[in-house]
Design a protein around this ligand. Structure first.
Ligand code: ZN
Length: 144
């Protein structure tokens, strides 16, 4: 699942969850994404891209079995994140917070956070989406 911040032609902001990264484009093209405020179907992704958190790796024996997802969907989502998001590693909570507070420019990022940090960010209303580790791309060596 992936969450997008969306905006309609009248400037209403809302968010919605989609099954995978191509669902939004497909549904929007068919006129199936509707603004809950004014009913407009001219909806686009808001300038603030969603951020994605990946759980910090645990010791191998503490690792749970990955969630079952179809191979195609996982691959698509991984590639979407890899190609469209900047990897910020463990600076994720800090970076997400800076963007939320307006101290840094909004951009699409993904990185790592502990379950506690993820919970805190969601409670604080940061537009972040936890990503099962089975859906995360392999982190690049270079941290942006
Ligand atoms: Zn609207």
């Amino acid at each position: 699942m992936i969450r997008y911040d969306l905006q309609c032609e009248n400037g209403d902001a809302f968010d919605a969850w989609f099954g995978n990264s191509s669902d939004f484009d497909r549904l929007a093209a068919q006129g199936l994404v509707e603004c809950p405020h004014c009913g407009s179907k001219a909806v686009a992704k808001a300038p603030m891209a969603p951020a994605i958190i990946r759980r910090r790796r645990r010791a191998p024996d503490g690792e749970k079995a990955p969630e079952k997802v179809t191979v195609g969907m996982a691959k698509q989502l991984r590639e979407h994140i890899r190609d469209n998001y900047d990897y910020v590693g463990e600076r994720f909570p800090e970076e997400a917070r800076k963007m939320h507070d307006g101290e840094a420019e909004h951009r699409a990022i993904w990185g790592e956070a502990s379950p506690e940090e993820a919970k805190q960010m969601l409670e604080d209303g940061l537009p972040v989406a936890p990503l099962p580790s089975s859906l995360a791309p392999i982190p690049p060596k270079k941290v942006n």
